[in-house]
Design a protein around this ligand. Structure first.
Ligand code: AMP
Length: 190
């Protein structure tokens, strides 16, 4: 079983790359951002709760996110493995993921961060915002707030996973195909 965690600031290309990786390795792709947006669109209780945070570019509270992620895994227990895209984003989430997977005799195989500089990412996100309709992609202040959340809460996970010998990073600048090749080189070495 391969269970991958993709890290990277907003706009780093996690979702795009996960689409390729899931078919190549036959993994179930769970994007917490996508699940939240699905719930917002369908006006569920979870969607209503998450919306105010997402609209501001803040992280949704840990327990809400953890419960949702666990429910998504439970729906797919027959999977060959998972790509976690956008989760964990805090140390509390990373600890609960480890504990949850351990109960199922599963584990994170490796984590890979897609690295790109902020100015490149802002440009990508504003461009995506023209067509995605995502309010959090259309305003540079909200985008910068998402980066601040990443730097403050998610970047420390580098230390968390390095301590487990599970942290890798790759250059996230280049063509989509080049980045896929870089990711596959890491995954094949796990
Ligand atoms: P994304 O699509 O991954 O960029 O996520 C969009 C937004 O959803 C984030 O800015 C957060 O508000 C929320 N979100 C997604 N994943 C998480 C998470 N693991 N923890 C907290 N909030 C999250």
């Amino acid at each position: 079983m391969i269970n991958l965690v993709l890290f990277g600031k907003p706009g780093a290309g996690k979702g795009t790359q996960a689409e390729f990786l899931k078919s190549h390795y036959q993994l179930v792709h769970i994007s917490t951002g996508d699940v939240f947006r699905f719930n917002i669109k369908n006006e569920t209780a979870l969607g209503k709760l998450a919306k105010s945070y997402i609209d501001q570019g803040d992280l949704v509270p840990d327990q809400v996110t953890i419960d949702m992620l666990e429910a998504e895994v439970e729906k797919n227990l027959q999977a060959k493995g998972f790509i976690f895209d956008g989760f964990p984003r805090t140390e509390a989430q990373a600890q609960s993921l480890d504990a949850f997977l351990a109960k199922k005799e599963m584990a994170v195989s490796g984590t890979i961060a897609l690295e790109a500089n902020d100015d490149e990412l802002v440009a990508r996100l504003l461009k995506r915002g023209e067509t995605s309709g995502r309010s959090d992609d259309q305003d540079e202040a909200k985008i910068r707030n998402r980066f601040d959340e990443y730097n403050e809460k998610t970047a420390p996970l580098r230390t968390f996973y390095t301590a487990q010998n599970k942290f890798h990073s790759i250059n996230g600048i280049g063509s989509i195909e080049e980045i896929t090749q870089r990711l596959m080189a890491v995954i094949d070495s796990l």
